[in-house]
Design a protein around this ligand. Structure first.
Ligand SMILES: Nc1ncnc2c1ncn2[C@@H]1O[C@H](COP(=O)(O)OP(=O)(O)OP(=O)(O)O)[C@@H](O)[C@H]1O
Length: 234
């Protein structure tokens, strides 16, 4: 079973004269354990693609299937609890600085589990385990303002992994990092994709990181115009 299936996905924002066609007929599939980049210029539709898979943006046409569940087919499928599917099956990673500033690293990770109904004790244990795995055991009690960019990004990754999602969606996760930290984050995402058998989709402008991906989807003007494996020639 694929982790993500997208078929003829089209998104038009607004209607009439002000309508903006952000995506046209995008189709692809992502397997569990695959690390996929969505690469393209500003305004090409990358974020729209990611947020459509992330159950945030309602597709105008086409089908989206997440972890075997058809979530959209000519618009959201009626009767689905999208919030629940999002909480249970998806993990989101954004740029480094969206941690909750008044919670410690550990609490930032725990909160993701607690809103999913995980008890405090269990959330704390898993949070500590995850931070340990990401090399942040010593930083668990620190507030985001006392973490480096790379450390904050690893906390954000721990938080995205907390509920063991089948699909992880990341928007420019290395943009705010220097090359070394960016490469470390990429290596980590790759390891996590394989070990956890998660599909990871990353929107990036960052050509420095492109070699780390299994596959690259090139997006231009709302269309997927190319697909390369293992970094290709970029
Ligand atoms: N909520 C919205 N309402 C109207 N138009 C939108 C909306 N969101 C995005 N768009 C338009 O859709 C097109 C694709 O935008 P999108 O944000 O998906 O591109 P992007 O490739 O992620 O860009 P960037 O790299 O600059 O973030 C753009 O023309 C944008 O202006």
């Amino acid at each position: 079973m694929y982790a993500v299936e997208v078929e003829n996905l089209t998104k038009i924002y607004g209607t009439g004269e002000t309508a903006v066609r952000a995506l046209t007929d995008a189709s692809f599939r992502v397997s569990p354990g695959e690390l996929v980049a969505i690469l393209g210029p500003s305004g090409s539709g990358k974020t729209t693609l990611l947020t459509s898979i992330g159950l945030v943006t309602e597709p105008t046409h086409g089908r989206v299937v997440i972890d075997g569940i058809t979530v959209a087919d000519e618009g959201w499928l009626p009767g689905l609890d999208l919030k629940r599917i999002r909480r249970e099956r998806l993990g989101f990673i954004f740029q480094a600085h969206n941690l909750i500033p008044f919670l410690t690293a550990l609490e930032n990770v725990m909160v993701a589990m607690e809103i999913n109904g995980v008890g405090r004790k269990e959330a704390k244990q898993r949070g500590l385990d995850l931070l340990g795995e990401l090399g942040l055991a010593e930083r668990a009690g620190h507030y985001p303002s006392h973490l480096s960019g790379g450390q904050s990004q690893r906390v954000a990754i721990a938080r995205a992994l907390a509920n063991r999602p089948r699909v992880i969606l990341a928007d420019e996760p290395t943009a705010a990092l220097d090359t070394e930290n960016g490469s470390n984050v990429m290596a980590l995402l790759k390891r996590l994709a394989v070990e956890n058998h998660s599909a990871i989709m990353v929107v990036t402008h960052d050509h420095r990181m492109v070699h780390g991906f299994d596959r690259i989807l090139d997006v231009s003007d709302g269309r997927i115009v190319g697909e390369r494996r293992n970094g290709g020639t970029a």
